[in-house]
Design a protein around this ligand. Structure first.
Ligand code: ZN
Length: 296
């Protein structure tokens, strides 16, 4: 569910990354090394793995939390990077990343390392007003159904190759008006969870791509309004919603920081703002954590 910014919380403490901290590590005697960022992943965290293999590999695949992790290597095949994530529903605990590599000679190597996922601290807003659901008309329901199919098709798309590189950058320079993971409760019952990051920006503010990628979707949708989805490879997508203007088209290659459109309040939004979401293999992840990572 997308939750629309109706409540401006002011300067909220962000679920911040712990700064330029050392990465977490797991090391084996046969010289596998697995490190990851952020240092202490929580449910909802994107996690970037950095793997050094004992021997050069021609391929490395990984599995974590029931998802395939795609790895990208330097030319020598010893240093590998892959992005993954823990869904909001993940319970605190240790989850092993399973690695399988194949050398040029065809020898198979495997390794696993436990990765601790802690419980994230997310906000909860007790709604004091009943939710105002306008009853969609038959025509609107048809559009909602069509959008659903469009989104499912786009979201099913996984490009194993990495298109992103280096740090992820904020799409606008503006105050955050709602963080990721905020749950709205009404009469003590959770109604919806905010699965993105909202920036308080007036209509017409240029919106920049978080990183390099390819435009996967660029069109108006009923709830999301004018929506752009970028595919950054390795199963990672970023979504930009409620735009007043889309300035890219499907298939366009996009550089990190490139303008993709203008902010607005299209779709089901209570006013102009930018909703940015990060999706990895069907899971929504905390954009603020991704933006805080220091990446290769
Ligand atoms: Zn939002």
């Amino acid at each position: 569910m997308i939750l629309y910014a109706g409540v401006v919380l002011g300067s909220l403490p962000l679920c911040a990354f712990e700064g330029p901290a050392p990465e977490s590590k797991a090391k084996a005697l046969d010289s596998w090394s697995v490190r990851w960022q952020p240092l202490r992943p929580v449910n909802g965290s994107p996690v970037v793995f950095h793997v050094i293999s004992p021997d050069p590999l021609k391929s490395l695949s990984g599995k974590w939390l029931e998802h395939e992790v795609f790895f990208f290597s330097d030319a020598k095949g010893k240093v590998w990077e892959g992005i993954a994530g823990a869904s909001l529903e993940t319970h605190a605990g240790n989850y092993a990343i399973q690695l399988k590599g194949v050398t040029a000679a065809g020898k198979e190597l495997s390794f696993q390392a436990p990765v601790k996922v802690a419980k994230g601290k997310y906000h909860s807003i007790a709604a004091s007003v009943p939710k105002q659901y306008t009853e969609p008309s038959a025509e609107q329901l048809k559009k909602i159904d069509e959008d659903k199919a469009i989104k499912e098709r786009a979201f099913a798309h996984v490009t194993p190759e990495r298109e992103w590189s280096g740090d992820f950058h904020p799409p606008v320079k503006a105050q955050i008006s709602d963080v990721f993971g905020t749950s709205r409760t009404f009469n003590g019952k959770t109604q919806s969870v905010h699965q993105g990051l909202d920036y308080a920006v007036p209509e017409g503010t240029p919106v920049a791509a978080l990183n390099s990628g390819t435009v996967l979707l660029a069109q108006p949708l009923f709830f999301e309004g004018n929506c752009v989805v970028l595919d950054h490879g390795q199963g990672l997508l970023t979504l930009y919603m409620h735009l007043s203007k889309i300035e890219v088209k499907e298939g366009d290659p996009i550089k990190s920081g490139e303008k993709i459109g203008l902010s607005g309040g299209t779709g089901r939004a209570t006013g102009p703002h930018l909703h940015v979401a990060v999706r990895w293999q069907g899971i929504y992840l905390n954009p603020a954590t991704l933006l805080g990572l220091q990446l290769p």
